[in-house]
Design a protein around this ligand. Structure first.
Ligand SMILES: [Zn+2]
Ligand SMILES: [Zn+2]
Length: 445
């Protein structure tokens, strides 16, 4: 299986450090607000990656953090005049709620930055000891020039970076590209005690500490949306590798944006659809199908047309599965083609095209229809679709059969008044009973 690695800019054969085990860290939400559709897309991509790795036989340890201390959280809590911890907790719960609705498989850990202050302090102390960092006015800065490989992920040179900083640099740091590991206390902000000063951690160091604590010094996959490449992931690499002396992650996987009019969906620009809005209009399976129709690295334009397309696509799949639900076996051609597509950097648009191709084939060839349906069910499970509708449908079927049975008993007792009432009421609901020589048949119209 090949995955695109941002660091080497190549499609690389995936091989985990430990046989059969994958350690994967994905940068999660800064819990200052409810998720929007763009967040759902990002985490759907990583949900599919983890599910497909599991299908390939790996045990996946997936860690996704909550950044629960940050400028944005502090500012918003001041604005709303509520405790920053309450604010963070509220939006953590909101995220988990949507993760469940979207059928994201539970991750193994949701670490929170504020529960790793001790680990963060230890890393910063070590970076100070090794001279990769310096203290100035109670702030601790990472000394970017000391880390030779800085810029290797984002392909930026220090010269380029210098010219990029137009705003007056913070006077307590030596170079504009140095970044904060620890921020000294400011009036009205939360703080922790540390050997350097009373203060709080910078954003980047939080992820390094949580990844190293929960998954070890070197992990298999580190991921996030593509806007995290710089500076967040570049800085994570610098501080982690300076601290451990080892490669931080073997694969760097980044997902494309959900866009509106070509612009990244974002709360700050006002260009966004909330997860709530989206889920009020569309079934989670339809949303998943919509996301999968684009490759995870490509931008995806948020449009009603494409969502309606996905809706029609989902109905086609659903109706097919409801029609062909007899015992089946794996249809190898289909499964092989699906795997080939997914092995090539999770080519979900191709995988979906293959599914629809085989649905067409099944309608032309009923002999293999149940095998194809059986295999598509398996594939949809791998892709994280929720197939509960099939269970619900079986229950409905059982319920109607049960009502029909009672009506037969009533007819045997010559209680035509009530048996006719049952038939008429069912007809009003849209369920037609037909009494034939072989018994009562029914259909939903
Ligand atoms: Zn992060
Ligand atoms: Zn922890």
């Amino acid at each position: 299986m090949k995955l695109f690695d941002t660091l080497s800019s190549t499609l690389k054969e995936f091989k985990p450090i430990e046989k059969n085990k994958v350690k994967m860290y994905v940068c999660g939400m800064t819990v200052q607000d409810v998720p929007h559709a763009g967040h759902l897309r990002t985490f759907t991509s990583f949900d599919i990656l983890r599910r497909y790795l599991e299908y390939k036989g790996y045990e996946v340890i997936y860690v996704q953090n909550f950044t629960d201390i940050d400028d944005k959280i502090i500012n918003k809590s001041k604005e709303l005049n509520i405790d920053w911890r309450k604010l963070a907790y509220k939006y953590e719960s909101e995220y988990i709620k949507y993760a469940k609705i979207m059928n994201f498989k539970d991750v193994e850990f949701y670490p929170k930055a504020t529960l790793h202050i001790q680990e963060i302090i230890e890393i910063i102390q070590s970076l100070l000891n090794k001279n990769f960092a310096y203290i100035s006015n109670g702030n601790v800065w990472f000394d970017v020039e000391k880390f030779e490989r800085y810029g290797k992920l984002s392909k930026k040179s220090l010269d380029e970076l210098i010219s990029g900083y137009r705003i007056e640099p913070d006077l307590s740091k030596r170079k504009p590209y140095d970044f904060a590991l620890w921020k000294a206390y400011k009036e009205g902000e939360p703080y922790w005690y540390s050997p350097f000063s009373k203060g709080r951690p910078g954003w980047h160091i939080e992820c390094s500490a949580m990844s190293i604590t929960h998954l070890g010094k070197t992990i298999d996959i580190h991921g996030g949306a593509e806007d995290l490449i710089f500076p967040h992931h570049e800085n994570e690499i610098a501080q982690s590798e300076a601290f451990t002396g080892q490669v931080f992650s073997n694969f760097w996987i980044h997902t494309g944006f959900l866009t509106i009019g070509g612009e990244k969906m974002s709360k700050s620009t006002g260009l966004f659809f909330s997860a709530k809005d989206l889920l009020e209009h569309y079934d989670p399976n339809v949303i998943r199908l919509f996301f999968l129709k684009a490759h995870y690295r490509s931008p995806l334009e948020f449009s009603n047309e494409l969502l309606e397309d996905a809706k029609n696509g989902w109905y086609r799949i659903k109706n097919f599965l409801l029609e062909f639900k007899d015992e089946g076996k794996i249809y190898n051609d289909l499964l092989n083609q699906f795997e080939l597509a997914m092995d090539e950097n999770l080519n979900t648009p191709k995988a979906l095209a293959i599914i629809f191709e085989y649905i067409n084939l099944a309608y032309k060839n009923f002999d293999i229809a149940n095998d194809i349906a059986f295999t598509i069910r398996m594939i949809l499970n791998i892709l994280g679709f929720n197939l509960d509708f099939e269970v619900k449908n079986n229950k409905l079927e059982e319920l109607i059969n049960f009502i029909v049975e009672i009506r037969q008993d009533l007819r045997k007792q010559r209680n035509f008044e009530i048996s006719d009432k049952i038939r008429n009421r069912l007809k009003e609901i849209g369920i037609i009973l037909e009494d034939t020589k072989e018994g009562t048949k029914w259909k939903i119209i």
